[in-house]
Design a protein around this ligand. Sequence first.
Ligand code: PGA
Length: 251
Amino acid sequence: MRTPIVAANWKMHKTVGEAVAYFRRLLELVPARPPVELVVFPPATLLLVAQKHLEGSGVAWGAQNAHPEPAGAFTGEVSVPQIADLGARYLICGHSERRHIFGEDDEYIGRKVRAALEGGLVPVLCVGETLEEREAGRAWQVVEGQLATALGGVELPSPERLVIAYEPVWAIGTGVPARPEDAQDMAARIREWLSGRFGRPGREIRIQYGGSVKPENAPEFLTLPDIDGALVGGASLDPDKFWAIAQAAAG
Ligand code: PGA
């Protein structure tokens, strides 16, 4: 049984006051035992606020980024133990903005994935091709390469300890989502690959779709057989929209 997981990636948005208002509204909407797993990824400055307001609720929280080393002279970075200390349960790894704006490569992303697992966090590993790569017929080749390098040497104690987010780069923040049939096709290939890599339990790893998901199009993605949830950017900044998307995942 793969419990759907719907996550809000706030990116570099919201102040303390805005975050508090968001959490208050979200908790008015979300029951104590929501039908799907809900995760909010605020900026690191708001993780303590998330802990204060979401602890004991049906909403989990995670970090958008962390350095692979547990501590050290890395000015400006935060570590997995620091994040875990704030009650975070998830860590986004390999988001396309980290890959393309900050130059993170698959090898570095793999270090982050292993650091997350060692530190007790669940990595949400983002993979996805650019438009150029898709048009050249190389989408699967690119995604397979990202999976193979980032998950090299990873030992998975159980399938709930990893989430994959398929996010085609050209669909992120553009208002133009993938075609549902293409998202399903990619998710099915990823699932097949995960079962080859991790054996039978690999089939139980949850796979999200991300890229311009909104309440209006969420049902098209969240009812696909191999899509187990969504990673939502823009639309997740509004708690009512985020909850509407989560409800689409609940069926
Ligand atoms: P978007 O972002 O929903 O704004 O396209 C998705 C993401 O970056 O995870």
